[in-house]
Design a protein around this ligand. Structure first.
Ligand code: HPA
Length: 271
């Protein structure tokens, strides 16, 4: 994908919303509840947007929702692209790049993840402090687009300390306990083996999932201020004596919905 492809997408969306979002949020599996709570949503199905691939995962709708949350203009993205769907890696630049081209300054990635840290429980929310790219892929491979960012870019402070502090405060003020940790991305589509999870724990991972890292790389490339939140939907493979499945992931994230919506609203209000 080249600059014109991304520009065409954002131009199409701009022609529909006629306004600039300040904050862009990708809603992970089962976390689209935030989209149901907002006032005056203006929805644009991904299908209508030129150059946009299809969203294939259950629990992911595939729409941009431009709306007001706590007085801020927000672009929600309900549905994302995953490497395991077979997309070329650069497709995973779409949501951050389009957010940037629409004028957003802050980029929030949310996801469902397995708990690798043994002190976590299903239903916990984890603020992502850093990530490990264990996907063996990178959306930034290929020709660089200088209009979006530099060929070589820094990842030493990818997750904004400022935003992490605001998340901590929002949690405290609303009695929402927050974990903090490192998110490791595995390509999927299978859940990991127990041995992989043991290895990831040794590597320093607290949570594991199949998304977010490519989007954060592209968001960092184009200079967005980033934060990430994982909903721990299950303990990762081998911790409990039971197999993992997508229904459990969706069920737990639905249970956490109210807490997640409250946290996001409190956070956005403070931005
Ligand atoms: N592993 C990978 N991805 C996930 C998991 C998991 O245990 N839970 C939710 N997404």
């Amino acid at each position: 994908m080249d600059y014109d492809d991304f520009k065409q997408m954002s131009d199409y969306i701009k022609s529909k919303i006629n306004d600039e979002p300040e904050v862009a949020i990708i809603l992970g599996s089962g976390l689209s509840g935030l989209a149901e709570e907002v006032k005056n949503p203006m929805k644009i199905s991904y299908e209508k947007v030129p150059n946009m691939p299809k969203v294939t995962v259950e629990g992911h709708k595939g729409e941009f929702i431009f709306c007001d949350i706590e007085g801020k203009k927000v672009l929600l993205m309900s549905g994302r692209f995953h490497l395991y769907e077979g997309h070329k890696p650069d497709v995973l630049r779409i949501l951050p790049y389009v957010s940037k081209l629409l004028g957003a300054k802050i980029f929030i990635a949310t996801n469902a993840a397995g708990g690798v840290n043994l002190s976590f429980k299903p239903g916990d929310l984890m603020v992502i402090k850093d990530h490990i790219n264990y996907s063996f892929s990178n959306p930034m491979m290929g020709e660089n687009i200088p209009k979006m960012g530099d060929r070589f870019f820094d990842m030493s402070m990818a997750y904004s300390k400022r935003l992490i502090d605001i998340l901590r405060q929002s949690g405290k003020e609303n009695d929402i306990a927050l974990k903090e940790g490192v998110y490791l991305m595995y390509s999927g589509p299978n859940y990991e083996t127990p041995s992989e999870i043991k290895a990831f724990r040794i590597l320093g991972a607290d949570a594991v999932g199949m998304s977010t890292v490519p989007e954060v790389l592209a968001a960092r490339h184009c200079g967005l201020e980033i934060c990430g939140i994982s909903c721990i939907t299950n303990m990762a493979a081998g911790i409990l004596e039971k197999p993992l499945n997508h229904e459990e992931v969706i069920q737990t994230s639905n249970m956490v919905k109210d807490k997640f919506v409250e946290l996001m609203k409190a956070f956005i209000k403070k931005l």
